[in-house]
Design a binder for this molecule. Structure first.
Ligand SMILES: [Zn+2]
Length: 273
């Protein structure tokens, strides 16, 4: 599932192609569940002659800002991705929705697993979406002291806390495993048993692995592509995730895979104990 770096990259590469363009209000939709909260006729009417003014990311949401005060919000879930191409180009396999642009192009949403969702948000709805998520990992307000407080205030295991979008926004299974490996913390450690030094190291590790992944265009294990169709390369730098039975890059012990917080979890049993 795309996490912060992949969603950021998908949003940026979509924004680069469509900021300044106008939707024309046409929508071709072959999987109705993709579009939440409006039917396609209503959505089309709300997008007609509306200009794209910007893009950003919040948690794992792509937010496309529009000049009518509304925001087109997309969640890629498992396999969603955007493609921008000419309207006359053939439909893409697993294409679910196509939004027409006035300049003759289309913004297409392709989604093999069909879990991806797109919503048009009013300002209050956008506010609600923002409030439903916790700190962004690069938020200046997320100081080591604040992060320590977040960990100290729960007995849940640390990996579950990292995955909880209401605590930290944008981290999923890959970067949780990578950050815990880097900080040398066992994924099943109760969060309130994480020491202040470990919490500082973990926050630093989260930011370091995410920054590295952003530089590398995210990770592509199977399906992920940015909005130009390019793969990420961060998977070449994994130290724990997807490295079962391969030697730990720090101590040589074989990385093990177990299930933690209902998720496949990779860690070094020697230096994350
Ligand atoms: Zn190790």
């Amino acid at each position: 599932m795309p996490e912060l770096p992949e969603v950021e990259q998908a949003a940026r590469t979509l924004g680069e192609q469509i900021v300044g363009a106008h939707f024309d209000g046409t929508i071709r939709c072959s999987w109705l569940k993709t579009i939440e909260s409006h039917d396609t006729d209503v959505l089309g009417a709300q997008l007609r002659d509306v200009q794209v003014t910007g893009w950003r990311r919040r948690a794992k949401w792509i937010l496309i800002t529009l000049d009518n005060q509304m925001t087109l919000a997309a969640h890629l879930r498992m396999t969603g991705r955007f493609v921008v191409c000419g309207r006359d180009e053939a439909d893409i396999p697993q294409q679910r929705v196509a939004f027409g642009l006035r300049d003759g192009r289309e913004v297409r949403f392709v989604d093999q697993r069909k879990f991806g969702r797109i919503r048009l948000l009013t300002p209050p709805e956008l506010h609600q979406l923002e409030d439903a998520h916790g700190y962004e990992p690069f938020d200046d307000a997320l100081t080591p002291a604040v992060f320590l407080h977040l960990t100290q205030s729960t007995q849940r295991i640390i990996k579950a806390v990292l995955l909880d979008q209401t605590v930290l926004a944008g981290i999923g299974n890959i970067y949780a495993d990578e950050a815990l490996w880097r900080a040398q913390i066992h994924p099943q450690t109760p969060a309130n048993k994480v020491t202040p030094d470990q919490a500082t190291a973990l926050l630093d590790a989260i930011q370091t692995v995410l920054r590295q992944a952003l530089t590398n265009g995210g990770s592509t294990l199977r399906d992920y592509r940015d909005s130009y169709g390019a793969k990420g390369t961060q998977q070449d730098n994994f130290m724990a995730y997807d490295r079962t039975n391969q030697p730990c890059g720090r101590c040589g012990t074989l990385i093990v895979k177990t299930v933690v917080a209902q998720r496949g979890t990779h860690f070094c049993p020697q230096c994350q104990s």
